[in-house]
Write a protein that binds this ligand. Structure first.
Ligand SMILES: Nc1ncnc2c1ncn2[C@@H]1O[C@H](COP(=O)(O)OP(=O)(O)OP(=O)(O)O)[C@@H](O)[C@H]1O
Length: 193
């Protein structure tokens, strides 16, 4: 009975994880985890190496679908952006570059930087530049839901601050963020694996 009441409360939110359990390689990664999230909120997924942070992100965006429990979205169909932790993964279709957020002049520095980056071949980019190139898709496509796997890795302090600014803007624009991290960027909700 108590179990049902809990479900009713959780389902009021845009996004809900209810009693989720995950076994991978015959190893229990997490057990009976519950969390809900709304627009303008961040969910930090924290845990030791190998604890299942990336796995949870993959479950949320349905790259993986073998789990127990419930992952429920209360929004019909929403565009998501998934940033993998691997800086070598690249995206195609760079022609979409001119479609950028126009509402904030402070983003121009980023757009200028990205334009320079896209003139270089992928093989010529440093690890940090690769990461910035991947992150640039956050402003090229205005997706309301971001899932970022270790987004700060390979970024210098200056670019970490830019990312922080971009995240604040995303939340102001009613976005949601799921992020795996070893360091909190902004205070919000945390799930510990
Ligand atoms: N493709 C895969 N096939 C089978 N098992 C996998 C696969 N990818 C990861 N695993 C296993 O799942 C477990 C969790 O991995 P995951 O990458 O989710 O952890 P993580 O918390 O993100 O780790 P890290 O902090 O080191 O990036 C690990 O034990 C790993 O060996």
């Amino acid at each position: 009975m108590q179990y049902v009441t809990k479900h009713i409360i959780y389902l009021k939110s845009y996004f809900n994880i209810i009693n989720i359990c995950m076994i991978r390689n015959n190893q229990l990664l997490f057990y009976n985890k519950n969390i809900s999230l709304n627009k303008q909120e961040i969910l930090y997924i924290k845990g030791d190496n190998g604890s299942g942070k990336t796995t949870l992100l993959q479950l949320i965006i349905k790259i993986l679908n073998f789990y127990e429990g419930l992952i429920h979205w209360n929004i019909p169909h929403s565009r998501t952006f998934f940033l993998p932790s691997n800086p070598y993964l690249d995206f195609e279709n760079l022609l979409l570059l001119p479609i950028v957020y126009k509402q904030d002049k402070r983003l121009r520095f980023l757009i200028n930087f990205i334009t320079k980056l896209f003139r270089k071949n992928s093989e010529e980019l440093s690890m940090g530049e690769r990461r910035i190139k991947q992150l640039s898709y956050l402003i090229i496509y205005a997706n309301p839901i971001w899932l970022l796997d270790e987004p700060e890795s390979n970024l210098d302090t200056k670019n970490k601050l830019k990312l922080q600014f971009l995240i604040k803007l995303h939340l102001k624009n009613k976005g949601m963020l799921f992020v795996t991290t070893h360091r909190l960027i902004l205070q919000n909700y945390t799930i510990l694996l």
